[in-house]
Design a binder for this molecule. Sequence first.
Ligand SMILES: [Zn+2]
Ligand SMILES: [Zn+2]
Ligand SMILES: [Zn+2]
Length: 363
Amino acid sequence: MKLFNCTSCGNLVFFENSVCLSCQSKLGFLPEEQNLVALEPVGPKLWRVAGSENSDRHYRKCFNYEVHQVCNWMIRDGQDGDFCRACSLNRTIPDLNDQKKKFHWYRLETEKRRLIYSLLRLGLPVYSQIQDPTGLAFDFLADTPDTMNESGSVMTGHLNGLITINIAEADPVKREDMRRKMGERYRTILGHFRHESGHYYWDRLIRDSEFQNEFRTLFGDETQDYAQALAKHHAYGPPADWHRFFVSPYASCHPWEDWAETWSHYLHIIDTLETAHQFGLKIQNQWGESDTFTIAQDFDAYRQPDFQMLVRNWFPLTLAINSINRSMGHAHVYPFVLTSPVVDKLAFVHQIIGSAQLMIRQH
Ligand SMILES: [Zn+2]
Ligand SMILES: [Zn+2]
Ligand SMILES: [Zn+2]
């Protein structure tokens, strides 16, 4: 994630901020420019970037910003619709008369915007299923008698571009409980979004493509029965040697899940590398002078063509941030080991994203 400076006073501001705490300017994120800017009013509900008197570019706040304060993104005036690039993907949101549900929704939207930021930074296609059936959509559902399946709760998952999230995932106690029940090392809201988006982009970028055979060589044959594979995983757990080939136990249950887990790790890696780079992080000592870890001045993890550069930077960074977390009594930030088969799969994700970027540039 990029760091931002208030365009009015220069103060450091963060992706989620809607006010600069130094100069009190209202802030808004411009998804097209991928920049968080200070705003000044130019009319009723109409804003421009502070100090841009000569520009005729005006913006409106996303409806979920203006009315519910759960968003901080802007829409270019003249564009259709009341919702920003991220909120326009929503199909179902929780009942906002219920304050607890509204708070959970706010937590989910905050993390969802981080996903959408990453997808836009990567130059991947992001459009709403409401406009195009091949697009993305989100359902944020609460457990009610109508939504319950036989297991008794809304299943977080993906189907044909529709990502369903059980809003209970926004409750840290329930999420931790689920994490322990599922025997997972890591469970976060952002992790869910990244994982489920992996299923969507598998459909868009790999299904029936020239990459399908290479996918099968690395991840296995995805035509094997999915429901059976999942049932087997839940009944017997992962194979004893899962860690040699998979990034997580869950990844071992079916090639589709392996892909989604690997995809989400790719997003973890590039976004965390970007944040480290933005802070000018430099790690040395343990590896000796020659192995000093510094991300180059012009390093952009989201546009780094050389996959090995990402891996070389990632290993020392995880050691450092894991150790820093332990010093504060927290668990490891990144409790995973990337073996060489897993690195090969990550390289494939990198290749697929690179070819999608190329395709989009050519059209
Ligand atoms: Zn400011
Ligand atoms: Zn919005
Ligand atoms: Zn999945």
